[in-house]
Design a protein around this ligand. Structure first.
Ligand code: UDP
Ligand code: MG
Length: 335
């Protein structure tokens, strides 16, 4: 199939998705990088080899260096030196994966923007399938994992989490789908308008609507290095997903309140009955007292914690700080 497309014939890009009539459509790749020193060069080689099979498009590769502490930046600068299409957005510190994607999107100018990881877990060849789906009219294409080769623990927790999130979220967030996505120009423009601080990009994309399409793929193992999502970051992302798209935890507090109120009523009835009709045994009941006190204490702490996490989000929002700070943008363009 690639052969028939090797020459630069007009590509059937839907009219509203074109920028400039004269030039071929531009595909932007948004590529977050955090300490990928051993993997980044093989990744770039594979990506450019893959995109070379579709020369009817122009490409730009936007690497966002998310405050890497290893030599990743040096390698990225080298890539930029040898390839005009590479641009490097260098963060002043580590801001996290979701923010790095956001910065990449802010800098992307393509007719279609593809977001993918740089550890070869999202295979570049799948992005060509996404481009085909886009040409066929899809406005957003997400890559859903048919299988994944992560640790059993990560697989199990991710599997459960996506399903719990789906049940409580107010928008329809696709299961088993990370941030590997293609957005057309319109969708990318809309997404740039979402400036919330605690970000769960896959949810934000789902909430936008548009014509959404799915391609299935088998997720590979990480090529080099270790996951940059330790337990702590995973939990934070998971919590952001829930608090960004659902107030179910707050509603649960109310529900728990009603239930404990009901139990308290029964307890009161029991205590008063005992006091009125069996005054000789009212001194006992120490166990009951402890159970009730500890249970309610725990419930209150939990509820405060849930409310606190929403208050924390509000606090971060009202501070209105910039989402990220860029040290430098390395690019071959004059603008
Ligand atoms: N990443 C990032 N900033 C971070 C953590 C990760 O830019 O703080 C990048 C990382 O370089 C990779 C992608 O985000 O390209 C996904 O991270 P990782 O592969 O560690 O996550 P996993 O695939 O294990 O969920
Ligand atoms: Mg990975």
């Amino acid at each position: 199939m690639a052969d028939t497309m090797r020459h630069r014939d007009p590509v059937p890009v839907p009219q509203q998705q074109r920028t400039d009539e004269g030039s071929p459509p531009l595909i932007s790749y948004v590529l977050p990088v955090y300490n990928e020193v051993d993997g980044i060069r093989p990744f770039h080689d594979e990506l450019t080899a893959t995109t070379a099979t579709r020369p009817e498009f122009d490409y730009e590769f936007i690497y966002v260096n998310d405050g890497s502490a290893d030599g990743s930046l040096g390698i990225l600068l080298d890539l930029a030196k040898n390839d005009q299409r590479v641009r490097v957005v260098d963060f002043a510190r580590n801001f996290g994966h979701q923010i790095a994607i956001t910065a990449g999107l802010d800098h992307a100018r393509g007719d279609a923007v593809i977001v993918m990881d740089t550890d070869l877990q999202d295979p570049p060849r799948v992005s060509l399938e996404m481009i085909d789906a886009w040409l066929a009219g899809a406005e957003i294409v997400s890559a859903r994992r048919r299988t994944r080769r992560d640790t059993p623990f990560k697989r199990a927790t991710a599997h459960t989490y996506y399903r719990v999130l789906r049940r409580c979220a107010e928008v329809d967030i696709p299961v088993d789908t990370g941030d590997f996505r293609l957005l057309n120009r319109r969708a990318a423009e809309e997404l740039r308008g979402f400036r919330e601080r605690s970000r769960f990009i896959r949810g934000m994309i789902a909430s936008m609507g548009f014509e959404q399409h799915e391609v299935l793929f088998d997720r590979d193992e990480r090529l080099a290095g270790e996951t940059k999502y330790p337990m702590r970051k995973m939990l934070r992302l998971a919590a952001d997903g829930v608090t960004s798209f659902s107030t179910v935890p707050l509603k649960l507090i109310t529900r728990m309140g009603f239930i404990s109120l009901g139990l308290a009523m029964l307890g009161i009835l029991y205590a008063v009955t005992l006091r009125l009709f069996f005054p000789e045994i009212t001194v006992s009941g120490w166990t009951m007292l402890m159970v009730a006190m500890l249970f309610l204490g725990g419930l209150q702490m939990l509820s405060l914690g849930v409310i606190g996490s929403y208050v924390g989000r509000i606090y971060h929002e009202v501070q209105q700080r910039p989402l990220y700070i860029v040290r430098n943008v390395i690019s071959h363009d004059k603008d």
